[in-house]
Write a protein that binds this ligand. Sequence first.
Ligand code: F6P
Length: 547
Amino acid sequence: MTHEPSPRRQAAWDALEAHFAELAPRHLRELFAEDPGRGRRLRAEAEGLYLDYSKNRITDETIRLLMILAHESGLAERRDRMFRGEHINVSEDRAVLHVALRMPQGASLVVDGVDVVREVHKVLDQMSAFANQVRSGQWKGYTGKAIKNVVNVGIGGSDLGPVMAYEALRHYSRRDLTFRFVSNVDATDFVEAVRDLEAEETLFIISSKTFATLETITNAQSARAWLIERLGDPAAVARHFVAVSTSAERVSAFGIDTANMFGFWDWVGGRYSLDSAIGLSTMIAVGPERFSELLAGFHAMDEHFRTAPFERNLPVLMGMLAVWNRDLLGCQTVGVMPYDQYLKRLPAYLQQLTMESNGKHVSLDGTVVARETGPIYWGEPGTNGQHSFYQLIHQGTTIVPLDLIAFAKSLNPLGEHHDILTSNVFAQAQALAFGKTEEEVRGDGAPEHEVPHRVMEGNRPTNVLMGEMLTPRMLGSIIALYEHSVFTQGTIWGVDSFDQWGVELGKVLAAQIIPELVALDEPELHHDSSTNALIEQYRRLKGKEDA
Ligand code: F6P
């Protein structure tokens, strides 16, 4: 079964395909040469973010046709349904309301008879009070000492948001507090995270929407055992463990007092939860005021997405360009390269946001999608990547569109570092777009045998996203921009960007295999022959006497 789009939507796709056939042979060199105003026209600005999209393989006509596709796909209607709290996550029959998490105090959004904004602010107040107690030293550990170390235990959205935001906002963080993030069920993650910490000064935040995720619960149990072993009393748990979850029942079954629980709701997806109570570690690091600025940045971008005309709407433009690059140019991957060391975990965060949201082959109505959907996102901070994998981006046989992220001011101004850094952003976008022709290479006096190797094809798309400086507000706006770009893409592809059924099967199979690895006696194995052989080999190696 394949997905049958409406005739108008199909017409919008047909028009785009016909347009692409005409545009495909054109090079960005020609497009820039014949249109000197291009760089100043194909750009948009909102909430302190400047987007230069002129180095995509597009014309004004492309944008016009993409906007028609957006309209015909019902983007505005679906966006409004999200903001109204309708159940647009159809496969789980849930509202999708991360936008409510950053609505200002006094705003109101009533969903199923409950004002969710009021609920959100109750939790924010509880978080602020707790964060202030920890930051001021008022919150005492079991032996009466103040907290110096905060360890967030979570995985996926319950880890990537906190760790990304902590790293991004480290400049604004309390330097006398140590923050660690434990996610992997590989014990090394936990052991290395706590090896130099004093238990009596350590607070664990167990972050899990479901409070049922095997990795997190395993790490949380090890953390509890670690603490009790050092402090000698299970009663110590109450002063050293807090939980962030939607499930009071499971939190309490784990042994954490629900008075020390920070709640959120099933209408917040894990990968959209950084600005819920999942952001508790961020709030402790930067303080409630800075956390409010972060939320204000998110909200400002939400409002821009909700109200700006599509052709000036940053998330719509970025989302539709991503669709263009994926479905017309056929690009399978997108590189996100933040030229800011503080954003080093942003690519990992965006991987979950984009790929868990739009890595789907089934549409909302259960039929198979008609187009290629979510591309593979990946990235590294610049300029490091330039000295490793950019070779392929410049001269490889695969086209990788890049999002290059830059700021005009450094948080650590030092000599000419920042101008050198930023010159590379502009230079990479230039080199990727315009490349270097055979003539130019010869003109440089290259020996003949080197000429083909030195030719740079160019015509490779980039977006440059630039802000003044990385602040909490700016970070919020950047994340919301990507969230809504993902929403835009998902709407065009007709997928449910808010479920993640694809992660379930592996969890079920692992649960079956665990007892077979743990068993003292040889278990009877009934898997496929490869899995059986792997388990047998693992058990053999595991049981071998150390040399
Ligand atoms: O397995 C994937 C996933 O469900 C993600 O969507 C989620 O962010 C992560 O696991 C962690 O889930 P939880 O917060 O419930 O522990």
